[in-house]
Design a protein around this ligand. Structure first.
Ligand code: FES
Ligand code: FES
Length: 161
């Protein structure tokens, strides 16, 4: 039996201390230990992007990260974005532009979009598509997702600094 490790982690602004097995994946930790089921597990091989969360400000595959690796880190999941009655700009744009159907890829898409919007101007559709190329969606054909991101990127570029 493998030894357990104590970790301290901040998730969506709240601190947790837990004892975890070294093999526990971050998405299982978030879903099973913390009850944050917004983060989805799809391929479990780093391919689909459904499990994407932010770790210390960078979008990261939770299926390729062990929970022990996040000791001392700050993690944001899709639950950090906004409740239904107060959607964040990217959630609101997904709603407005019909950028989701079954919604399975959506948490990972949203967290990837958040990271992209914070780091890049996303002035062209090519830039948006390249940024989203690590997230797979079986439903939408991507066009509506690109339109949603384009709208938020434009709003951000036009915001007074
Ligand atoms: S579940 Fe992590 S990339 Fe697919
Ligand atoms: S909305 Fe169904 S997989 Fe993307």
């Amino acid at each position: 039996m493998s030894a357990r490790h104590e970790i301290e982690i901040t998730v969506n602004g709240r601190s947790y201390r837990r004892s975890v097995e070294p093999r526990l994946l971050l998405h299982d930790f978030l879903r099973q230990e913390l009850g944050l089921t917004g983060t989805h597990a799809g391929c479990d091989h780093g391919v689909c992007g459904a499990c994407t969360v932010m770790i210390d400000g960078h979008s990261t595959r939770a299926c390729l990260t062990f929970a022990v690796q996040t000791d001392g880190a700050s993690v944001e999941t899709v639950e950090s974005l906004g409740p239904p009655e107060k959607l964040s700009p990217i959630q609101e744009a997904f709603r407005e532009f019909h950028a989701l159907q079954c919604g399975f890829c959506t948490p990972g898409m949203l967290m990837t979009c958040l990271d992209l919007l914070q780091k890049y101007p996303l002035a062209t559709d090519e830039e948006i598509r390249e940024g989203l190329s690590g997230n797979l969606c079986r439903c939408t054909g991507y066009q509506h997702i690109v339109e949603a991101v384009r709208a938020v990127a434009q709003q951000r570029r036009e915001m007074p600094q």
